[in-house]
Design a protein around this ligand. Structure first.
Ligand code: CTP
Ligand code: MG
Length: 220
């Protein structure tokens, strides 16, 4: 199975507030984007395309292996993945889309996603259970009801798709549509999305506190 990996790394990282794009921020001496690329390769992906901020292409090229393809990202994650997808080899059977912001994702998660695709899934995402009580609140901040926690999962990346499924779903998506992940893109095209076990270590680095935790984890 020929698997291509897409890394969404074109965000600026406003909430992290570093002076470089988030994907270039070092974690234990390695930029987040490099961690993400290395994890995909260690997990069995053979070709990698990275969506980067257009203005920072040289800085990304300097920290990534030569055979990684770089493309200019867009204004939204959806636009960035769309750009990377059109640069991915048409020979690929499956595509894994990963966030640069999830640097410590163990390669085993990549392996589980690939195995599900190998077994015939068209779309599959790593998920984790919710441990806290979950509620809905109204605009006034008052609780309007409880949500059934056992039906809820937290969704991570890498998310895996048969290439044809993902290309078709992006093809149907309006140009300026903005969805938070790729499972939502294929779901909007009527595709059933399966799940495999995620991993707490695949947590997203969003704010400064997440980077502190990731540093501790990287050194453990
Ligand atoms: N991303 C992207 N293109 C964009 C926006 C986001 O490729 N136009 C990527 C980010 O680089 C990140 C992933 O999507 O790896 C998840 O997004 P998020 O955590 O929101 O990162 P940022 O958008 O960079 O952060 P912020 O929202 O705080 O600015
Ligand atoms: Mg963002």
């Amino acid at each position: 199975m020929h698997a291509v990996g897409i890394v969404a790394a074109a965000g600026s990282g406003l909430r992290l507030g570093a002076d470089v794009p988030k994907a270039l921020v070092p974690l234990a001496g390695r930029p987040l984007v490099r961690w993400a690329v290395d994890t995909l390769r260690a997990g069995g992906v053979t070709e990698v395309v990275v969506a980067v901020p257009a203005a920072d292409r040289a800085a990304f090229a300097a920290v990534l292996p030569d055979d990684v393809v770089l493309v200019d990202g867009g204004a939204t994650r959806t636009a960035s993945v769309r750009a990377a997808l059109s640069a991915a080899s048409a020979a690929a059977d499956v595509v894994l889309v990963h966030d640069a912001a999830r640097p410590l994702t163990p390669p085993e998660v990549v392996g589980r996603v690939l195995a599900a695709l190998e077994a015939g899934a068209r779309a599959v995402v790593p998920v984790l259970p919710v441990v806290d009580t979950t509620v809905a609140v109204g605009p006034d901040g008052m609780i309007t009801g409880a949500l059934p926690r056992e039906q809820i999962r937290r969704v991570q990346t890498p998310q895996g798709f048969s290439r044809a499924t993902l290309v078709q779903a992006y093809g149907r998506l309006p140009t300026h549509a903005e969805l938070t992940d790729d499972a939502a893109v294929v779901h909007s095209a009527g595709v059933k999305v399966g799940t495999v076990a995620g991993d707490e270590r695949a947590a997203k680095v969003t704010v400064a506190h997440d980077l502190v935790l990731a540093e501790l984890q990287a050194r453990a």
